[in-house]
Design a protein around this ligand. Structure first.
Ligand SMILES: [Zn+2]
Length: 351
């Protein structure tokens, strides 16, 4: 099965060559958009360095299978997991210290101890500084893989000590082919490939769990409906999203990204480039909304959505930023004839 990845051939060639010639770095930084497959590549690398076969990773030996199942004692994933029922807001110094404690031990069952730090830009400053010490004097048999979608938010000193590998979004046709290979019907594969925007990881997650797509639809109903909503509904949504932000930051971020995506689509419909929109199946609603909006209004709203995302990341009070957004959103009349309904269900935690 080899690396078992869709796409990212250059990265795989580079890593297998380094492995074959004994020139693997102690630390890598995988960058690329969310859902592009950074985690899958990191796990494949963890399999490769611990695989018993001549041409690693075989995907079949005990080690490969244990890593695939998340049960290998030497492969550790550090990230924004839940802590005491609450979402972490950062990767803490305690997490890094635990990593260092383990890094000092010989591998329990494999050849290399692998640490995958997911969302490395979320490390607190003290956690990042502590990690630097490990990078300066890496223990033997330790491989560190940092993953980030926001390289610029990492400390330059950290960046300089990691070998960078950039993953790019896949071509839509490649994503579609991968989905079809996994048995998805042509029409559905076409649609999911478009929605994936090159994020193969997301597409494969949808192939494995259709509920993800359903959830996306519900969220899209909410954000696309905001321009049609009255003041009260908008503020209610701002409260909901603000609460979600403090409870599950990743999830709230995903909602905001979807909102931005919707307005980019409106811009494309408005400018006659409808074939490029992400949400092709929302054409009737999209075109009707775009027709009621001026180009300047769409551009201004996109800018405000971007500014809101930036403000939230900078830890501005979520309610405040979201209330401002609710107030400034242009209003359009609801499109009713023959449209799907607009269920306004509660946001829920989850993937
Ligand atoms: Zn193997």
């Amino acid at each position: 099965m080899g690396w078992g990845l869709v796409g990212h051939r250059d990265a795989v060639v580079q890593l297998s060559r380094a492995l074959a010639t004994g020139r693997l770095a102690h630390a890598y930084l995988f960058t690329g958009p969310k859902g592009v497959g950074k985690g899958a590549l990191a796990l494949a690398l963890a399999r490769a360095v611990n695989c018993a076969a001549d041409d690693p990773p075989c995907g079949e030996c005990a080690s490969c299978r244990r890593i695939g199942a998340g049960k290998h004692a030497d492969v550790h994933i550090v990230g924004m997991d839940m802590k005491g029922g609450k979402a972490r807001t950062e990767i803490s110094i305690e997490q890094v210290e635990e990593m260092q404690r383990l890094a000092a031990l010989r591998p329990f069952e494999g050849r290399s101890r692998v640490f995958i730090v997911d969302g490395a830009e979320r490390m607190s400053a003290e956690a990042a500084n502590r990690l630097l010490k490990t990078l300066e004097e890496p223990p033997p048999q330790v491989l560190l893989v940092l993953l980030t979608a926001n390289e610029r938010e990492l400390l330059p000193t950290l960046l300089s000590r990691c070998q960078p590998i950039r993953l790019r979004a896949l071509a839509e046709a490649d994503v579609r082919a991968a989905l079809q290979e996994r048995g998805m019907a042509d029409e559905e594969a076409r649609r999911v490939a478009r929605l994936a925007q090159g994020r193969i990881g997301w597409a494969l997650a949808v192939a494995a769990d259709g509920a993800l797509l359903q959830k996306r639809e519900e969220r899209l109903d909410q954000v696309a409906g905001q321009a049609q909503a009255d003041r009260e509904q908008r503020f209610a949504f701002a409260v909901e999203l603000g609460t979600l932000f403090s409870r599950n930051r990743e999830e709230a971020r995903a909602v905001l990204e979807l909102w931005q995506e919707w307005w980019r689509d409106l811009l494309l419909w408005k400018t006659g480039m409808g074939e490029w929109v992400t949400n092709l199946d929302r054409r009737a609603t999209g075109e009707a909304q775009a027709a009621q909006l001026g180009l300047g209004e769409i551009v201004a709203t996109l800018r405000r959505l971007d500014a809101t995302a930036v403000a939230l990341e900078a830890n501005v009070t979520p309610r405040l930023a979201l209330d401002v957004l609710a107030l400034s959103m242009p209003h359009v009349e609801a499109v009713t004839s023959g449209q799907r309904e607009q269920p306004v269900e509660s946001l829920q935690d989850g993937v």
